[in-house]
Design a protein around this ligand. Structure first.
Ligand SMILES: CC(=O)SCCNC(=O)CCNC(=O)[C@H](O)C(C)(C)COP(=O)(O)OP(=O)(O)OC[C@H]1O[C@@H](n2cnc3c(N)ncnc32)[C@H](O)[C@@H]1OP(=O)(O)O
Ligand SMILES: O=CC(=O)O
Ligand SMILES: [Mg+2]
Length: 529
């Protein structure tokens, strides 16, 4: 194959020249040339599967891969520094957050190029610089605005980078006029700039991979990893991945995903927010499986609890860790409110632990002590509960995984969804991928639930609890009213400078379209610099 040449649509600057050095660009070009064509096929496979679900089929375990599910095999042993990951903090790859997360009292920092990061060119390039400096141990920040200085403390958390999903292009880098996959850009640059340092530190190069829908996607990543290790003369397993099981189709393929990546995988993770979004999206044409208000779709509901338990059982059978997910609460400055929040977070993490998870996520350092205590109480010095196999539990059927979720659809719920979606989309277009809204952390996954819930209620003409049917016209009226509420809350200056008008327009168009927009971040990306 002749050497490909990438085109960059942004003028280069000091930061981009450091990240996209000649050698780094050559590596990325090689990966794109070799692996990007298959991404189109993988995305078409997703579309084909969706067509079948739209014609009435339901996701199920595939008889063609029964052998993989039923035979005995194990994934490669989990490296020592990944065995204890009871508590993981997550956050965007912004410099202050990276330092604060690495200094938090947690085992792992999942540095996020995905749900929590708005993929502006500057944000992604600087994110790579921040992680490079973090791995080198040299990251620091003197924040002129607050006057605070940030330095890395002794014994920082272990760093794992989450790359973009396969659906997201990186429009600023093209090969033959076509935008390259964002996932490959994030993977290639993080690997290239950090592998030597991480190996020198006695570790490996660790990734979280989001939003897989098929085990073929896991096989594709396996090839990318093998290719990279061979190219740089590194042993197989230098790269390790944790896969988020956060789409409905993927929950039926967890053995197959582990098997496809068995030399590189260390864990699966319950990405509950995208999973709920995917339940809505996958079953968009099924009027008997419409979700109620977002607030009532909690992890104790049978279909979600089954998902967590099946993930644990599958992982532990194969020697992989089973990570829990994110309670979206963030601390409050009001002491009595904060106590309520910590109680809710504790209850959620107790339930996850009871199911058998080996570790879990928090969105904010203020939750670390509470969640750490849950794991400490139960595990003491044990790093994880891989030995809890749950193989004798009753079978978890497709029917249970797909079970409809009871609950009301209320005017209050719909109005909250509207206000959250408007504020989140405005923040995302303004370059912030994760924001606090009404006491919750909101990111791309949680916002997707808010906007697709309304889309689904409109399409299926669902009645609210007061009897009114949700229509495009009711939505338009509520959107106008709630946009005004938000405008008053944020003030005229922010409304004008932080893209709220654009957010209302985008939200309105995707919510009233007859075809469901697959990801709000796709039309949103057109609005990003
Ligand atoms: C569905 C999913 O994909 S979940 C994974 C993706 N989501 C995430 O990663 C959520 C990450 N969390 C966040 O981004 C933040 O917690 C937010 C945006 C929700 C709230 O952030 P803030 O408004 O800054 O919260 P707050 O003012 O309470 O922060 C207090 C301090 O904690 C720090 N902090 C808050 N969250 C984090 C975090 N996740 N990591 C590191 N530091 C953090 C802030 O930087 C701030 O530091 P400072 O005192 O030095 O200025
Ligand atoms: O990525 C995590 C999720 O819940 O979505
Ligand atoms: Mg997610």
């Amino acid at each position: 194959m002749s050497k490909a040449s990438l085109q960059f649509t942004q003028p280069s600057d000091n930061a981009s020249e450091q990240i996209f050095s000649e050698q780094a660009k050559d590596f990325l070009a090689e990966l794109v040339q070799q692996f990007a064509p298959a991404v189109d096929q993988l995305l078409s496979t997703r579309e084909e599967a969706q067509k079948a679900y739209d014609s009435g089929a339901l996701p199920d375990f595939d008889p063609a891969t029964a052998d993989i599910r039923n035979s005995d095999w194990q994934v490669a042993p989990v490296p020592k520094d990944l065995q204890k990951r009871r508590l993981e903090i997550t956050g965007p790859v912004e410099r202050k957050m990276v330092i604060n997360a690495l200094n938090a009292d947690v085992d792992v920092f999942m540095a996020d190029f995905e749900d929590a990061q708005s993929p502006t060119w500057q944000g992604m390039v600087h994110g790579q610089l921040n992680l490079r400096d973090a791995n080198a141990g040299t990251i620091s920040l003197d924040d002129e605005k607050s006057g605070k200085s940030y330095r890395l403390q002794e014994d920082p958390a272990l760093l794992i980078a989450r790359v973009r999903g396969l659906h997201l292009p990186e429009k600023h880098i093209q090969l033959d006029g076509k935008a390259v996959p964002g996932a490959l850009v994030d993977f290639a640059m993080y690997f290239f700039h950090n592998y030597k340092q991480r190996l020198q530190n006695g570790s490996g190069v660790y990734f979280y991979l989001p939003k897989l829908q098929h085990h073929k996607e896991a096989a594709w990543w396996s090839e990318v990893f093998h290719f990279t290790e061979q190219k740089f003369g590194l042993p197989t397993g230098t790269i390790r991945a944790t896969i988020l099981i956060e789409t409905l189709p993927a929950v039926f393929q967890m053995h197959e995903i582990l098997h496809s990546l068995k030399e590189h995988i260390v864990a699966l993770n319950c990405g509950r927010w995208d999973y709920i979004f995917s339940y809505i999206k996958t079953l968009r044409a099924h009027p008997d499986r419409i979700l109620p208000d977002r607030q009532s779709v909690s992890m104790d509901k049978p279909f979600l609890n089954a998902y967590s338990r099946l993930l644990i059982r599958t992982c532990h059978k194969r020697g992989a860790l089973a990570m829990g997910g994110m309670a979206a609460f963030i601390p409050s400055k009001d002491a009595s409110e904060n106590k309520k929040i910590l109680d809710k977070v504790r209850a959620d993490k107790e339930q996850e632990f009871g199911n058998g998870h080996d570790g879990t996520w928090i969105a904010h350092p203020g939750l670390a002590e509470t969640v750490k205590a849950v794991y400490q109480k139960h595990l003491g010095d044990k790093p994880n509960q891989l030995d809890v196999t749950r193989q004798d539990d009753t079978e978890i059927s497709a029917e249970l995984l797909l079970q409809p979720c009871p609950g009301e659809r209320t005017e209050q719920g719909m109005r909250t969804n509207i206000r959250v979606a408007v504020q989140y989309i405005a923040a995302w277009i303004s370059g912030r991928g994760c924001v606090p809204i009404y006491g919750l952390m909101e990111d791309a996954a949680t916002a997707e639930i808010s906007r697709t819930s309304i889309w689904q209620w409109i399409q299926h003409e669902q009645p609210l609890s007061d009897g009114r049917v949700v229509t495009k016209s009711l939505f338009a009226d509520m959107l106008a009213e709630e946009a005004q509420v938000v405008r008053t809350e944020v003030g005229e200056e922010r409304w004008a400078s932080e893209n709220f008008d654009k957010a209302v327009k985008l939200f309105s168009s995707i919510t009233t379209a007859d075809q469901l927009t697959e990801f709000l971040t796709l039309p949103g990306y057109d609005l990003l610099p």
